[in-house]
Write a protein that binds this ligand. Structure first.
Ligand code: ADP
Length: 217
C-alpha cells in the first residue's frame, strides 16, 4: 500500500531524513516512534504528499506520486489519504456535519451525497446527536472523532495520524485507539500513526523506530 525508497529531506543545512526505505502492507497498522526531532512528522508529511522529498520515491496504492502534477496530486491525496492530527484542526465556523462533508465536496461529490455519507460516518462514530454542533461546543474526544469521520469520508485506503491521541485523556485515548482497530477490521484501511503512546505502540502490527533520520528497526 505504501512504499518509500531512499527518501531524503533537508531543511537548509539540516538533513532530517537520510534515506528512508519502508514497505507497509494493506491493512497494516504501523506506529512510527522515535525521539523528538527525529523526523517523524516530516516523514508522515511526505508519505501524505503534503511535502515532497528531496530525493527518493513514494508509491501509494500503486501510484508513483512524484509523477503527478500538482492538481492530480491534490486529487489523489484527497481520494486516497485521510489525515488525523494531534489538534483536530476542524474549522471553527462550521458544524461537525459540515466539517466532515468538506473532503467529499472537494472530491466534487454532490452535496446531497456528501451529506448522506457524512451522516453515516458520524452515526458510525456515535456522533449523530452532535452533528449540528460547532467544534467549540464539542468535548475533546468528540472533536477528535469528528476529525476521524472527516478523514474517512472519501473512504481512503490510507489513514495518517500524527499524535492523534496526544491531546486526549486516558478514556478518550483508549476509545480512539480501539476505533482505529475497529475501522481496520471493517474498512481495511492502512494506518500509519506517529505516536509517543507506549500502549498504542505495543498493540500495533509493527513499530518503525526512526532516529537521526534513519529507520532503526
Ligand atoms: P519529530 O516529528 O520526530 O519530532 P520533525 O519531523 O517534526 O521531528 O522535525 C525534524 C527536524 O526538522 C527538527 O529539527 C525540526 O526542527 C526540523 N524541521 C521540521 N520542519 C521544518 C521546516 N518546515 N523548516 C525547518 N526545519 C524544520
Amino acid at each position: 500500500m505504501i512504499q518509500t525508497q531512499g527518501i531524503t529531506k533537508s531543511f537548509g543545512t539540516l538533513q532530517v531524513l537520510k534515506g528512508i526505505d519502508l514497505t507497509i502492507e494493506k491493512s497494516e497498522i504501523v506506529a512510527i516512534i522515535g525521539p523528538s526531532g527525529a523526523g517523524k512528522t516530516t516523514l508522515l508529511q511526505i508519505i501524505g504528499t503534503l511535502d515532497s522529498p528531496d530525493s527518493g520515491r513514494l508509491i501509494i496504492n500503486g501510484t508513483e506520486t512524484g509523477r503527478l502534477k500538482d492538481k492530480e496530486l491534490a486529487a489523489f491525496r484527497n481520494k486516497n489519504i485521510g489525515f488525523v492530527f494531534q489538534f483536530h484542526q476542524l474549522l471553527p465556523e462550521f458544524t461537525a456535519l459540515e466539517n466532515v462533508m468538506i473532503p467529499a465536496l472537494i472530491a466534487k461529490e454532490k452535496p446531497g451525497v456528501a451529506e448522506k455519507r457524512a451522516k453515516e460516518m458520524l452515526d458510525f462514530l456515535k456522533l449523530s446527536d452532535r452533528m449540528g454542533h460547532k467544534p467549540a461546543e464539542l468535548s475533546g474526544g468528540e472533536k477528535q472523532r469528528v476529525a476521524v469521520a472527516r478523514a474517512l469520508i472519501n473512504n481512503p485506503a490510507v489513514i495518517l495520524a500524527d499524535e492523534p491521541s496526544g491531546s486526549l485523556d486516558t478514556k478518550n485515548k483508549e476509545e480512539l485507539h480501539a476505533l482505529f482497530f475497529e475501522l481496520r477490521e471493517q474498512m481495511k484501511q492502512t494506518f500509519v500513526i506517529v505516536t509517543h503512546d507506549e500502549q498504542l505502540a505495543s498493540n500495533v502490527d509493527r513499530v518503525i523506530h526512526i532516529k537521526d533520520g534513519v529507520v532503526l528497526e
